[in-house]
Design a protein around this ligand. Structure first.
Ligand code: HBI
Ligand code: FE
Length: 294
């Protein structure tokens, strides 16, 4: 089992968390059999759930990259196809990066992927992003040209927001959370998942589409940037985009006046629904995957 190296724990705004060095590291030449087995178990379990639940772009990209359950993919192999398709590459890191480093990578079409995978006893949940979350969850959609443009634009916006201050950063981090991590997309066949935090989670892959508990609200940039979120439970609200173009277009304007407007408004609790929200209801036929209640 490869353990993450050079880990220091520090008191940060996210609590007492491991803060890793920001260095780029090479993917280990070899992984122990246990690690490959963990990858395979998670890969097969998620793919079985995601056909009919994840958006086609995600599933097709994952296949096009040659990802498979038998072994942990090699970053170099993925980079060949990814670089040729959208100009993105993966870089190995120890784990969570300080925001500015993370944004700078995205702004340069580099996605930081944690080089180690969770232990077998963490297979159902791990509090921080590991190789499975990053590689299985985040990387495939970087093959989609429009989403790839959005991720670069997001990184550039993040570098700017970091220069403006912590409030702007908080607003922008919510946008990442409710799109890149926990986003849903509306399709002619119903609602589908594109968020990495959902596709890499067995429970949330089901809950996000089939439970009556959470709200599902149409994409609204400022509504999202005002809405709080929880990092330790399933989401109380999912935001639904109509297309990746909608996401890209929403990030085209300069956010400075938007941040000023948001600073003058209260944050919205994660579970709230407003009268002017475009709400997706079960049973209206608007975008429901079939499946049991969870
Ligand atoms: N670092 N390696 C890594 N991966 C992430 O997904 C990540 C990060 N640092 C910050 C961060 N995500 C979030 O704060 C984003 O919302 C910006
Ligand atoms: Fe993530």
């Amino acid at each position: 089992m490869n353990e993450p190296r050079r880990v220091e724990h520090q008191q940060t705004d996210k609590g007492y968390v491991p803060v890793y060095t920001t260095a780029i590291v090479d993917q280990p030449a070899e992984y122990p059999a246990d690690d490959h087995a963990t990858w395979g178990t998670l890969y097969e379990r998620q793919r079985a759930l995601l056909v009919g639940r994840a958006c086609d772009e995600f599933l097709q990209a994952q296949d096009a990259m040659g990802m498979a359950p038998d072994r942990i993919p090699r970053f170099d192999d993925l980079n060949e196809v990814l670089r040729a398709t959208t100009g993105w590459t993966l870089v190995g890191v120890e784990g969570l990066l300080p925001e500015l480093e993370f944004f700078d990578h995205l702004a340069n079409r580099r996605f930081p992927v944690t080089w180690w995978i969770r232990r077998p006893d963490q297979i159902d949940y791990i509090a921080e992003p590991d190789l499975f979350h990053d590689l299985f969850g985040h990387v495939p959609l970087l093959m989609n040209p429009v989403f790839a443009d959005y991720m670069e634009a997001y990184g550039k916006g993040g570098v700017k927001a970091h220069g403006i201050g912590p409030d702007a950063l908080q607003h922008l981090t919510r946008l990442y959370w409710y799109t890149v991590e926990f986003g849903l997309i509306n399709t002619p066949d119903g609602l589908r998942i594109y968020g990495a935090g959902i596709v890499s989670s067995k429970g949330e892959s089901l809950y996000s589409l089939e439970s009556d508990a959470p709200n599902r609200i149409g994409f609204d940039l400022e509504r999202i940037m005002r809405t709080r979120y929880r990092i330790d439970t399933f989401q109380k609200t999912y935001f639904v985009i109509d297309s990746f173009e909608q996401l890209m277009n929403a990030t085209a304007p300069d956010f400075t006046p938007i941040y000023a407007r948001l600073d003058a408004q209260d944050a919205v609790p994660a579970g709230d629904v407003h009268v002017d929200d475009r709400v997706f209801h079960r049973g209206t036929g608007e975008g429901w995957a079939d499946g049991g209640d969870v």
